[in-house]
Design a binder for this molecule. Structure first.
Ligand SMILES: Cc1ncc(C[n+]2csc(CCOP(=O)(O)OP(=O)(O)O)c2C)c(N)n1
Ligand code: SF4
Length: 280
């Protein structure tokens, strides 16, 4: 049931919430991200069954269970390939992929590169808390090199953090945005625009882990709305992303690359046919 905005159904954010109560720690930024996702879906005005939310493993990856949409809580780092399969076979669905920085940039890093490159029409929401929350506080790819409290990295990792938005841009993502979970309406607007923009949309949401990175409570005062409009020039976007110290929020790049959506010629119904084809 697809409805054009302003016509037919009028959904509320609550229509996209399931009855499951989140088990996140009180104050975790992921609560607000969930709220922003549901607000965005209500604004897009398609029914819950027109969206599928796919995740890997981590605190943030619990999100599909808390929505009323179709959901797939997959395995660690494998949300993007799952979502790719779903989008290929059910192109009419809105596909949202949600997870953490560990899930998406460590074990899932290779999938992140190729999902950006492939540019299927989906939205990737990464709740970046610069730590592995679920496994109790190890450094992740986006952790600052001097963070000394990581259990496996006393004294800090000493390694420069991964720059997800720069890497998404270089790999071919068609829409790039940054947001902070402390701004639920701003984040909802960005998610809505990301879903509407064709191709692979990358949304980094700085979402504090108050348990293992309590200093991130200060994040609500740190991020600044980008003082310029989104650019469609990748070279300009790269320059901005490399020089804004990760502090600007908003839509930072809107590309115009056509989304990739190959036509599936046929499906193999009989598994025995496959067995025969690949038997040695
Ligand atoms: C193959 C595999 N390796 C490791 C784990 C253990 N593991 C579960 S969640 C997680 C990290 C989660 O961190 P992140 O993705 O940043 O999400 P957060 O919990 O911070 O939201 C790890 C390493 C696993 N479940 N499966
Ligand atoms: S451990 Fe951190 S990321 Fe996980 S629920 Fe608690 S505050 Fe959120």
């Amino acid at each position: 049931m697809n409805a054009e905005p302003g016509m037919g159904c009028n959904f509320k954010a609550a229509d996209f919430r399931s009855d499951y109560k989140p088990v996140w720690c009180p104050g975790c930024g992921d609560f607000t991200v969930l709220l922003s996702i549901t607000k965005a879906l209500a604004e897009i005005n398609t029914a819950p069954e027109d969206t599928v939310v796919v995740s890997g493993i981590g605190c943030s990856s619990r999100i599909p269970a808390y929505t009323n949409c179709y959901g797939f809580h997959g395995v660690h780092g494998r949300a993007l390939p799952l979502a790719t399969g779903i989008k290929l076979t059910r192109p009419e669905l809105n596909v949202l992929v949600a997870g953490g920085d560990g899930d998406g940039y460590s074990i899932g890093g290779n999938h992140f590169l190729h999902a950006s490159r492939r540019n299927l029409d989906m939205t990737y929401i990464v709740m970046d808390n610069q730590v592995y929350g679920m496994t109790k506080g190890q450094a992740s790819p986006t952790t600052d090199p001097n963070w000394e409290k990581g259990k496996l990295t006393p004294g800090g990792t000493g390694i420069n953090p991964f720059q997800p938005l720069v890497i998404a841009l270089a790999s071919g993502a068609n829409f790039i945005a940054r947001s902070s979970s402390s701004d639920s309406n701003g984040t909802a607007r960005i998610i809505m625009e990301a879903v509407r923009h064709p191709g692979f949309s990358m949304v980094q949401i700085l979402s504090p882990c108050v348990t293992f990175r309590p200093e991130q409570r200060e994040w609500k005062n740190m991020f600044i709305p980008a003082p310029m409009e989104a650019t469609s020039d990748p070279a300009q976007a790269a320059r901005r992303l490399l020089t804004d110290e990760g502090l600007y929020t908003g839509i930072l790049y809107r590309g115009d690359r056509p989304a990739y959506q190959p036509k599936l010629e046929s499906s193999i119904d009989d598994i025995a046919e496959l067995d025969e084809e690949f038997s040695l």
